[in-house]
Design a protein around this ligand. Sequence first.
Ligand code: PLP
Length: 419
Amino acid sequence: MSHGPVWHPFTQHALQPEAIEIARAEGAWLERPDGSRILDAISSWWVITHGHRHPRIIDAIKRQADQLDQVIFAGFTHHPAEELAARLTKRVGLPHLFFSDSGSTAVEVALKMALGYWRNQGLNRTRIIAFEHAYHGDTIGTMSAGARGVFNAPYEPLLFDVTRLPFPAKGKEQDTLAALRAATADGQAAALIVEPLILGAGGMLTYSPQVLAEMARICRETQTLFIADEVMTGFGRTGTFLASEQAQVTPDILCLAKGITGGSMPLAVTLASSAIYEAHYSPDRRKTFFHSSSYTANPIACAAALANLDVWDEEAVATKIVRLSQWQRELGESLRNDPRFTDARFCGTIAAFDLKVADEGYLASIGPKLYDFFLSRGLLLRPLGNTIYIMPPYCITRDELASLYEAIRAAADTFGARA
Ligand SMILES: Cc1ncc(COP(=O)(O)O)c(C=O)c1O
């Protein structure tokens, strides 16, 4: 039994007493104090995009730390925040940007903006619409929008009700669209929130850009706000800078975090249309957008995010993403045809496969066994139950990726049910 002071996230300490210490990292690799290495095949929980310690981003962090470490952001501002806001708003086509520090806070802010938008106009539209299997974070508001299950059962009494849409699995798209039409028909819904193209923690479930575009159209028609939670999908994961681009959708509210600093520093933003901003713009102080956190727009994190945009503008990021996406499909083909797996799916740089086992789902007993199996081979893969996914940094080489596929096949040899 471990009684150390640190309480780790999503960790059952009674079953997992020892955390693995990492001393340094570079590119796609984590290094332990003894010098042994682990391939970071999940980008350290989906945050690292170009690779660990991209020199340009690290250099920007060092330079900014020498100038301004932190300053209150209510009533004050600084150049890295101003420049980042100018460049990001231009890049994504939404004119206003609110800073916070994690994916969860970016989504909380989005939900609060949506409700404030309606209330400040004197309208009582408070109902949120969300997908089944959705994951939007671990705060009370974001858990409310997310799927109910083992993760949030103890907090259920605190969660607000949302209207749930069936997931638009292949062949079931019309059910989702019909449910959205029904949920918006009375013109009373406040907003729809979606993870565009792929639901992450819910099991790496993919759906088509056509459905996304149609959902956005229905929202427009019924003046329901459309919130895109691109916390995981943003910054290239799905093959384009934003996943929404593939459906030619500009949301009313957009949440970005994780890859915004290339994964180097905690930072998040919620971007909003001018209508959302205007609804809060008033001489009436009660219409203020009442949200803040102490580290809003931390200058060092903003400098890292600016350097990340420079990397996007000046380096071959798009080429690397296209190449990685192709490798995933080529190497994943063997698993697509392997009867021990079902539902091979690819979304840009992400690949996921379900290992056929007797008990499925997040708490499937196979999950921890697979995790240990991969770690024993120096690979960080963190299956969601029996769903094995690979979401590596864009700098991974083809050989490194191939070693992951080889390990997944070996895992099936060890644990997989034969078809
Ligand atoms: C789609 C999505 N939204 C929100 C979050 C929450 O982000 P954070 O863990 O930074 O709070 C995540 C985290 O994985 C996510 O995937």
